[in-house]
Write a protein that binds this ligand. Structure first.
Ligand SMILES: [Zn+2]
Ligand SMILES: [Zn+2]
Length: 1022
């Protein structure tokens, strides 16, 4: 007769079983069945933060996607109806930069030569390709999503929703064009907003370090000394700032510096900074055309640093943010020296050269004219572009901004309603909101959100188009070629100005990509959409990529706000911020109720992963070499407030730990098949049947406890606690229940088999969101043959909560602590585990007293007594690394006092010896046994083991050793668990025949004899 349960191999082949299950889920329609089960139930609304469909997935993406999948799976087991909509981010600088690279284009001029329509097509192709790659990788990871109905942020639908937001912002008077100093990437040719600057890396960059002399007008022989690391800004100098409250000195070499910067200098003159304000000086490049008519003045500035440079700061409002602000206060001219590509403009003396190329010519020029006091090099941390890594510069340009002032407090109020995991991130969000500047929304680029802004030079009206329909109503031509709302097509549609009806054109700028992702909680859920349009989301560039519906407003009412979202911590100033900004503006409330956020992924040695460093792990390699479950285990066992150290080392360790679960399941399968034991599905609801022994009752309670702990962990969105609870449960199951019940399994005890089966299948249900493959594989092995059991663990729902017997759990926990201490005591005196001993004395473990028999068996002692461990005495030693430095020459006296036992215990756990109070962490405390006794102590429990051996104990030790050897041999010879043997001991062991019945029972021997010089065993009937 075929066995009921298919036997499991020695260890799981994660890769193979995962691919098999992906097939099975597809074939059986498992995900669709799950959605069907939950349809119409109470909802769990998750809104996916879009992944950029720009490259293949990285392992850090796999972390975030695992967490999203874990909680969607958990909520599905709890019966919640869900949307499962995945999102792709598809336009903006990040896509453009990759397409530029792939086409070998290196500047905006080259893109324009290539043609904007062609360039847009290449961007769309890239998104189409990588959204498919990412989908395949996500499926491989085990992520369940409604893959056909993804949202794409470059659809016309998404764009129209952003247009509506911008129109609303304009109606409130928040939208303005700012002539401002902005951070600028010379390679990308666009400004970089505040949140993007923070996303970029600060790299170690080497720059010149120049001290320059600027002669004061009308003060013969006196100059100001200024310091700069950006020579390209000097031709744009218009002022010099001093700290009005600092002291300045005129040194003997004729230059003024702050006293603090050169305290030793002999001063020819001294002055307060405020005395210098208003003096005029000769600029470093007065002869340049751009400098014509500029009067250079000394201005006051409280922020002038006295900790670097000369204490006098060179001011170029066209080349620095703070300089620009000062120009407004002091009415200074703004000379902007750079073009879009970061090259010097005509009139600044170095036409067309880059900020780097101009360094040496500027230095040479200053030196020739005798203005250079010092020239060196400096290595400092400098911000770089988050997309292309180019060092950033400052430019004064016209950009479009949304004022943040009026929305700041409402956003703070909205954040107060959000529950953050871990909670301290809520304050991080508050900090960001309190300090956020106005939102720079315009980018001088191509394939991005077309900003619907149409300024009129005639009447001064700014027309903001709020929808495609409005565009068509106002259009004065070009609609026939408008295949989608992107550039270049949108630029060919002029409209009538809403003020004077004259023809106006769109500004050329596109929008910040965070507008695209920020609108998602409104656009994908159909906010204010009058009707439900099947596949209505697939518009514009998204056509053919998705079948996503455009839901109606009622649907939005149902699903908004998100119950839960999750992304990496940096999204506080990115997606968490932008969607809150847009939602609070339009709806007046937060678009999410709860957020899980987490730190960074590093390599296993805590270094950042970089392809160029050779330590990046390709996600496909990880699938092949670790398996998705093991990756997911790494991600989920991580506390979210710490960086994750990801790698093959931790993966191997996880694989080893998961073997305990596997071996327990395999053990069950083997013995259930031998006993021809068959479970009933009803046993899962009601627990194991029959006459339960105390150990069975404990296992059942322990299973209830696992369900309780895992429920709490999932409900608080902390996967690390799920993993901890599960690992500790499996440890108990394997190293306590199974080990202590081995004989019952040999005897085919149906109650033990039932209890073990129950514990295993319940634990698989609990862990299935974290580890969907192995849990389903084992589910199919254990529950598959059971009539009316769900075919997949993912369709089995969440286990009913039951009341655990907490007293019993505490009792066994204490019992296990005693056994653990007993083992420690044994190994401290080097007695082998198999060697029986006489006596164990236990102190401080009242609950374990009922389990004396189990303790005796576990520790192989003949007698266990509970009482005071009088066999031990306290020994205290100085902890030298701490006490040495503290006590100095007194250390010897203290050491001698401790050695002599001349000390008093203090209430804090410390001791007083030789006149010194020693803290608990300054001493090492040992409880040592009297002669022949081994002692171990922890957490208020102490055990003492009588380690003395006699003839009889030694003989018993030899028998245990023999049994162990025989059973190892049985395994080596490949005997079945049921095979009987004939056993022959060497003559030298004939004394052991005294215990031949016992030996026969433990080794399944039909006969035990002694002859010859070798241990031999033969299978009977073979
Ligand atoms: Zn760049
Ligand atoms: Zn007008």
């Amino acid at each position: 007769m075929a066995p009921i349960f298919s036997p499991l191999p020695d260890k799981p082949d994660h890769g193979a079983l995962e691919l098999e299950l992906l097939d099975a889920w597809e074939r059986e329609g498992t995900f669709e069945k799950l959605r069907e089960l939950n349809r119409g139930n109470p909802k769990f609304s998750f809104v996916d933060g879009p992944i950029t469909a720009n490259n293949a997935m990285g392992v850090h993406h796999a972390w975030g996607r695992t967490l999203k999948d874990v909680f969607q799976r958990y909520k599905a087991l709890r019966g919640f109806d869900q949307r499962y909509q995945n999102g792709f981010d598809c336009q903006g600088l990040w896509v453009e930069v990759e397409v530029e690279k792939s086409l070998g284009l290196n500047s905006k001029r080259e893109i324009e030569e290539y043609g904007l329509a062609e360039f847009a097509e290449r961007c769309k192709e890239r998104v189409a390709h990588f959204s498919e790659v990412i989908t395949d990788q996500s499926v491989r990871l085990g992520m369940w999503m409604d893959w056909d109905r993804d949202y794409y942020t470059f659809t016309d639908t998404n764009i129209e929703y952003i247009w509506r937001f911008l129109k609303s912002v304009h109606e409130r008077g928040w939208l303005y064009q700012g002539h401002r100093s902005t951070v600028w990437c010379p390679r990308c040719g666009t400004s970089i907003s505040q949140h993007e600057v923070f996303s970029g890396e600060y790299k170690e960059v080497e720059h010149p370090s120049l001290t320059v002399r600027l002669p004061l007008t009308g003060r013969e022989g006196e100059s100001l000394a200024i310091w700069t690391t950006t020579p390209w800004t000097l031709p744009a100098n218009v002022g010099a700032a001093v700290n009005p409250d600092a002291d300045y000195v005129l040194r003997e070499d004729g230059v003024w510096v702050a006293r603090e910067r050169d305290p030793e200098a002999t001063a020819a003159k001294t002055a307060r900074g405020s005395d210098l304000v208003g003096l005029e000086y000769e600029g470093p490049f007065d002869h340049l055309p751009a400098q014509e008519g500029v009067v250079h003045r000394v201005i006051p500035w409280d922020d002038v640093s006295l900790s670097e440079g000369t204490g006098i700061v060179h001011i170029a409002p066209g080349a620095g943010a703070e300089d620009f602000e000062l120009s407004r206060v002091h009415d200074l001219p703004v000379l902007a020296p750079l073009d879009e590509a970061g090259r010097m403009l005509p009139g600044f003396g170095f036409d067309g050269v880059s900020t780097e190329e101009v360094e040496q010519p500027v230095i040479d020029d200053l030196e020739r004219r005798g203005l250079l006091l010092e020239a060196g090099r400096i290595v400092h941390r400098y911000p770089t572009c988050w997309r292309c890594g180019t060092p950033l510069v400052f430019r004064v340009v016209d950009d479009w901004f949304i004022s943040a002032e009026e929305i700041r407090q409402p956003m703070l109020d909205a954040n107060a309603t959000v529950e953050w995991t871990p909670p301290f991130y809520s304050k991080r969000m508050d900090d960001w909101l309190r300090n956020m500047g106005d939102w720079n929304i315009s980018r001088k680029r191509y394939f991005g959100l077309p900003l619907p802004l149409y300024p009129c030079e005639d009447c001064g009206t700014l027309t903001v188009v709020g929808s495609r329909q409005e565009l068509e109503e106002r259009a004065l031509g070009g609609l026939d070629q408008l295949q989608e709302l992107h550039r270049p097509w949108i630029d060919e549609v002029p409209i009538a100005c809403s003020g004077c009806e004259k023809e106006v054109r769109r500004i050329p700028e596109v929008g910040d990509a965070w507008l695209d992702a920020g609108i998602v909680p409104l656009s994908t859920l159909g906010w204010q959409s009058p009707e439900y349009i099947p596949e209505g989301y697939a518009t514009g560039a998204g056509q053919g990529l998705t079948k996503a519906d455009l839901p109606d407003h009622a649907y939005w009412e149902h699903w908004f706000p998100a119950d839960w979202i999750s992304e990496m911590r940096e999204q506080i100033r990115l997606w968490f911020y932008s969607q809150s900004f847009m939602s609070v503006t339009l709806i007046g409330e937060s678009p999410y109720r709860r957020v899980l956020t987490y730190e960074k992924l590093l390599d296993q040695t805590a270094r950042e992963m970089h392809r160029s460093w050779g330590n990046a792990i390709d996600v496909n390699d990880a699938f092949t070499e670790m398996g998705a479950d093991v990756m997911r285990w790494q991600f989920t066992s991580q506390p979210p407030s710490q960086n994750l150290l990801f790698g093959y080392g931790p993966a191997n360790e996880i694989r080893r730990r998961l073997l305990t679960l596997w071996n327990s399941a395999r053990f069950f399968v083997d013995y259930a098949n031998i006993a021809d034991w068959r479970p009933a599905w009803g046993d899962v609801a009601d627990g194991p049947t029959g006459e339960l022994q105390p150990l069975d009752r404990w296992l059942v309670s322990r299973t209830y406890e696992l369900v309780r702990e895992a429920t709490d962990a999932y409900e608080s969105y902390l996967t690390v606690n799920v993993v901890r609870a599960f690992e500790s449960f499996v440890e108990d199951l394997s190293n306590w229940y199974i080990r202590r019940s081995r004989r019952r399994f040999w005897d085919g005890d149906p109650v033990a088999l039932g209890a073990l089966w129950y514990a295993l299948v319940q634990s698989l249900r609990v862990v299935s969101p974290v580890m969907p493959f192995l849990s389903d594989h084992l589910w199919r092995a254990l529950a598959g043959p059971v009539e009316s059991a769900p075919e997949s663990v993912h369709l089995a729902g969440w286990p009913e909560p039951r009341e655990a017997d907490d007293n019993l759990l505490a009792e066994v926990a204490e019992l296990r602590r005693v056994v653990e201490l007993g083992r420690q005591a044994r190994s401290s005196v080097g007695v082998a585990l198999r060697q029986p001993l006489h006596t164990l004395v236990v102190e401080g473990a009242v609950l374990a007293a009922r389990h004396a028999g189990e303790i005796a068996e576990e520790l192989r002692v003949r007698e266990v007594t509970f009482g005071t461990v009088d066999a031990s005495e306290l020994r205290v030693k100085p902890h030298l690394p701490v006490l040495g430095p503290k006590l100095g020459k007194d250390l010897d006296a203290v050491r001698r006092a401790l050695e002599a036992g001349e000390f008093d215990a203090l209430p804090d756990g410390g001791f007083r010896a030789a006149g010194h109070d020693l803290g608990p962490d300054e001493v090492l405390v040992e409880r040592r046994g009297k002669e022949g006794w081994a002692v171990a102590t922890a957490d208020g429990v102490t055990v003492a083991l009588d380690a003395k051996l006699d003839e009889e104990l030694l003989l018993l030790g030899r028998v245990y050793e023999l049994i162990h050897r025989v059973n190892s041999l049985r395994k080596e010879l490949g005997l079945e668990l049921t095979d009987r043997i004939e056993l022959t001991l060497p003559e030298s062991d004939s004394v052991l025949l005294e215990h031949s019945d016992w030996i026969a029972r433990e080794t399944l021997a039909v006969s035990v004899e002694a002859s010859g010089s070798e241990l031999t065993l033969a299978k009977t009937g073979a």
